[in-house]
Design a protein around this ligand. Structure first.
Ligand code: S5P
Length: 278
């Protein structure tokens, strides 16, 4: 078996992951043969639930921005959890926490959205330093949740590069029980490791946004690469697609299904090519 995580199958990697949320994601990817995550960035509860019900069969994960929803009520969460059970997908609230430990712990556990109570995965900017992980893990770890650090971003001119990215990976390495991987544009294996630091045992998940087959950007700084570039060439584990799937019109169900199938197939073909023996 290869020691490089991205040369192993999702199923092999699931066996060795101790964090329950990471394990669930890897198992779900394998079971559904899908490394596609859909990012559902719409403002109404009706569109939000309708899109998720339609794409559900094709995705391993649904990524939310719960604070975008204009008519939010707690029953939305019950409905989201029912869809997660019906279609077998993991939930990732893309909250991008970025404050001191005490504040993020409150933002994660409390307020209107109570994210920790329903989201298997969430993410944080490493900018405050390791205390952001301490704060979030005090809430999330007892619940079996997992955290992704934003080591890189998909946007033009992103400041998350070079030594910042290396420091993010070092922070993750020091908290492997709770930090299960990265939002990044490529694999982070060995990034920022000292010459004598053994990193062969680590298996961080890499989830990559900025994925599109038809356009290269959105006119607001977003940059798109294809599933093949992301999964095969850059070694990412999950492609995150938003407007590429529902963008034309959230009510065009046939088109959403067609796009979800298309991205699922592209993402899986790129993974199969990646794990092929050299
Ligand atoms: O670097 C990033 C990190 C994230 S989480 N770039 C991103 O685009 N995202 C998120 O992925 C972003 O907040 C949005 O929800 C999604 C991309 O959406 P799309 O419509 O451009 O595919």
């Amino acid at each position: 078996m290869s020691s490089e995580p991205h040369r192993r199958t999702y199923a092999q990697r699931a066996l060795h992951h101790k964090n329950p949320a990471a394990k669930l994601l890897l198992e779900t990817i394998e079971r559904k043969q899908s490394n596609l995550a859909v990012s559902v960035d719409v403002a109404s509860t009706k569109d939000f639930l309708a899109i998720i019900d339609v794409v559900g069969p094709f995705v391993c994960l649904v990524k939310t921005h719960i604070d975008i929803i204009e008519d939010f009520t707690p029953s939305l969460i019950t409905d989201l959890q029912a869809l997660s059970a019906k279609h077998d997908f993991v939930i990732f609230e893309d909250r991008k926490f970025a404050d001191i430990g005490n504040t993020v712990a409150l933002q994660y556990s409390s307020g209107v959205h109570k994210i920790a109570s329903w989201s298997h995965l969430t993410n944080a900017h490493p900018v405050p330093g390791p205390s952001i992980i301490t704060g979030l893990s005090s809430i999330g770890l007892p619940l079996g949740r997992g955290l992704l650090l934003l080591a890189e971003m998909s946007t033009k001119g992103s400041l998350a590069s070079g030594s910042y990215t290396e420091a993010a990976v070092q922070m993750a390495r020091a908290h492997r029980d709770f930090v299960v991987g990265f939002i990044a544009q490529r694999r982070m294996d060995g990034v920022g490791a000292g010459p004598n630091e053994a990193t062969t045992e680590e298996d961080f998940l890499v989830l990559t946004p900025g994925v599109g087959l038809d356009v290269k950007g959105d006119g607001m700084g977003q940059q798109y690469r294809t599933p093949r570039e992301v999964v095969l060439e850059s070694g990412s584990d999950v492609i995150i697609v938003g407007r590429g799937i529902y963008g034309k019109d959230p009510s065009l169900v046939d088109n959403i299904v067609a796009q979800a199938k298309r991205y699922k197939e592209e993402g899986w073909a790129a993974y199969l090519a990646r794990i092929e023996p050299a």
